[in-house]
Design a binder for this molecule. Structure first.
Ligand SMILES: [Zn+2]
Ligand SMILES: [Zn+2]
Length: 706
């Protein structure tokens, strides 16, 4: 061991035209030997291969300790067979090939070619005894001293989905790629045994985030897979997706390949500090990464994703959101103007966030506005705008003794390693974009489903008596703590959005107080409302107090206090009183009006007026009772004809004509929870008088609902 040897990191961004090829050379001060890693291999063209060969010779590379294919795409896989022929590869990583091989019938020609090429590279490497692996999110390892690799994506769930043919239409049939449901941990297994076989095999090879590939077995499994015939029937408008992506049909499925790129960080310990590099392959949709890993995306060095193309979070373009999460000091773009890449929007966003931008192309033209502001070019690629020309050779970053040296000029330089003050200033320039806190539609749907499930569980627990029957619905802070328990970590703002979304789309009931969504509950269904009606209709008379009588029966019933009644319904159905009063009651009004006659009762003392709604069921003939009761009421309180009722005179008259059979049971459900023996308050007095009238004077037995 030579203790004077310093740690040294070299990052070669090989100029392969349109495509990616990065070669990392690392030497830790304890190691005598260099550790070499190659990430992607260009498109396989002679010029690209020559550029790679030059670096291999320059760095005296005899073996690659690790070769990584970020995804199956020709501009990344093309040069590998050339490399393998010349340099030994000890270890090889790629996405899990069988998950894509299963869809050869679906991909455009470009995808098919790349997947087949990947297969042949794997076969070749197998013969050379290379270790072939597919790491997934959660894989962390330190293949050599002072260097660690953390894989952030793809999640194994996406391979599982592909292998078991789950949600294939939404995965392939949407652009940007639909990733929202990956954020949710959904462990339901509901598939036929034979469809799960491929998944089970994959999991049997998984250990600590690493799938150890077994090509022989995988081939057998894919050949025996009988489910592909059924898959042919799925309904995806390929042309529509290609139009959205603005690509030829041969590119169909390319976004799925891009969004299943291996995304990983490499950290090197150099000069008492970790230097972190982020390699996202051709990732387009950052939704999953930002939702799950925003805390560890921050990197010193960033290989711009997808050759500086569009960055999405869900359905929205989100350049700033992505770059403000990564906050790199150095960003490298590998592109040459093909496919209009890199996009000037990407470059401008990088500049806004004060990163030093390097590109495999040289800017040959400058623009600036007279006032010094950034000249813009609309939607062009910056390659066209700045009339760029290809750089001679590759870009090499050298990290040694706290210093980064680059053999090439930056496309844009802030020349500040500590860019914090600049960023702070920039933060005022860029309005806090809502995307990071505002969930995208897809994610909201998934989160709402989760909340809805929790609400249903809570309702079931209340029903079974496992949970106290509180009269309030479930509060947002309750949801918040459940989300923490389940590692979902929803923030208050997100819960607000979920409640709002669920409420406005009729998925759940929620209450908004002072502009904030405070409580929610699982919405009662038609059957639940019917049960409530059955409870109500057992009462022959409903006595509800109300502040003042209004025009129209329904508005009176709507505004009447239902305190005791809704409490009673809560006990019977487990739906909180609050929900019964605000949600269910309005749904019941029509039925109540159809079945009950509604009267308004008022009486005044020298101090104030008291008002009740008296609802009497049609199917009992209470005409006389009502007439007598009201007149008694009138005399008792000396009301001088100022009582009134809400229905037409004729109906009331009809009631008055007939007589009630002695001994009938009248059930009264009152809205008041008074002790009726206490006759001190005039309100109570009035109520007890009604009972008295019905109970004693008319010799009718009254049973109050409890
Ligand atoms: Zn690419
Ligand atoms: Zn790609």
């Amino acid at each position: 061991m030579n203790s004077t040897t310093k740690s040294k990191l070299q990052i070669d961004i090989v100029n392969v035209g349109h495509g990616d090829c990065i070669i990392i050379t690392w030497r830790n001060n304890f190691n005598q030997e260099n550790w070499h890693c190659i990430i992607d291999s260009g498109d396989g063209s002679t010029t690209a291969n020559t550029s790679i060969d030059k670096i291999i010779i320059k760095r005296k590379i005899k073996k690659f300790d690790l070769a990584i294919l970020t995804h199956f795409d020709s501009d990344h896989i093309g040069g590998f067979s050339n490399i393998i022929d010349k340099v030994k590869v000890l270890r090889y990583w790629s996405p899990y090939t069988p998950a894509f091989e299963k869809y050869l019938w679906l991909f455009g020609q470009r995808g098919i070619n790349a997947i087949k090429r990947a297969k042949s590279i794997e076969e070749k490497l197998l013969k050379q005894n290379a270790l072939i692996e597919s790491p997934v999110e959660g894989c962390m390892l330190s293949p050599t001293d002072g260097l660690k690799i953390t894989v952030l994506s793809p999640p194994i769930k996406i391979f599982e989905k592909l292998l078991e043919e789950k949600d294939i239409e939404s995965l392939f049939g949407q652009y940007p790629t639909f990733l929202g449901d990956l954020v949710i941990d959904n462990n339901d297994i509901d598939l036929e045994q034979d469809q799960r076989l491929l998944v089970q095999s994959m999991y049997s090879r998984l250990f600590k985030g690493m799938i150890r590939r077994n090509l022989v077995e995988e081939n057998k499994e894919i050949n025996n897979d009988s489910t592909q015939i059924n898959l042919g029937k799925i309904d995806i408008d390929k042309q529509l997706i290609c139009n959205k992506m603005k690509v030829e049909p041969e590119f169909f499925g390319n976004n799925v390949l891009n969004d299943t790129s291996l995304v990983f960080k490499i950290d090197c310990f150099i000069e008492k500090k970790w230097f972190s590099m982020l390699f996202p392959g051709d990732l387009e949709n950052w939704l999953y990464l930002i939702a799950k890993h925003s805390n560890i995306l921050k990197s010193d060095f960033y290989k711009a994703s997808h050759h500086g193309s569009k960055a999405y979070v869900g359905n929205d373009e989100a350049y700033d959101e992505v770059i403000q999460t990564i906050r790199p000091n150095i960003t490298v773009v590998s592109a040459n103007g093909k496919h209009k890449l890199p996009r000037i929007k990407t470059r401008n966003s990088l500049i806004r966030w004060s990163t030093n931008v390097f590109c495999t192309q040289n800017r040959c033209n400058e623009y600036f506005n007279i006032d010094g502001s950034l000249a813009s070019s609309g939607n062009n690629s910056c390659f066209d705008f700045y009339k760029c020309k290809s750089k001679e050779g590759s870009i090499c970053f050298k990290l040694e003794q706290n210093k980064i040296s680059v053999n090439s000029q930056s496309c844009y330089g802030t020349y500040s390693v500590n860019n914090y003050p600049v960023i702070q200033f920039q933060q005022h320039l860029i309005p806090d974009d809502s995307i990071l806190t505002r969930l995208t539609e897809n994610e909201i749907i998934q989160q709402t489903k989760w909340v809805l499930n929790k609400l249903k569980v809570i309702h079931e627990e209340r029903k079974k008596g496992l949970k106290d029957l509180g009269s309030e619905a479930v509060t947002s802070s309750e949801i918040y703590s459940i989300s923490l328990q389940e590692n979902r970590n929803l923030v208050q703002k997100q819960i607000d959005q979920i409640f709002e979304y669920g409420y406005s789309n009729n998925y759940l009931w929620a209450s908004n107080e002072r502009g904030r969504w405070q409580k929610a509950y699982s919405t009662p269904g038609k059957d639940d409302i019917r049960v409530m009606w059955n409870i109500i209709k057992r009462a022959d008379i409903l006595l509800l107090n109300i502040k003042e009588l209004q025009k129209g029966i329904s508005s009176n019933i709507l505004n009447a206090s239902k305190d005791l009644l809704s409490e009673y319904i809560e006990k019977q159905t487990a739906f909180p009183k609050e929900l019964v009063e605000t949600y269910c009651w309005p749904l019941l009004i029509k039925t109540i009006i159809r079945n009950y006659e509604c009267f308004g009762l008022t009486y005044t003392t020298y101090k104030s007026a008291y008002v009740w709604l008296l609802l009497v069921k049609y199917d009992k003939d209470y005409g006389t009772i009502m007439a007598d009761m009201l007149s008694d009421f009138k005399t008792t309180f000396n009301l001088n004809d100022d009582y009134f009722y809400l229905n037409e005179d004729q109906k009331f008259y009809e009631y008055s004509k007939s007589f009630i059979n002695e001994g009938n049971i009248i059930r009264i459900c009152s809205s008041l929870r008074n002790d009726y023996n206490n006759k001190k308050s005039p309100e109570k007095l009035a109520i007890s008088n009604i009972f008295e009238i019905l109970n004693n004077k008319r010799e009718v037995k009254i049973v109050r609902l409890e």
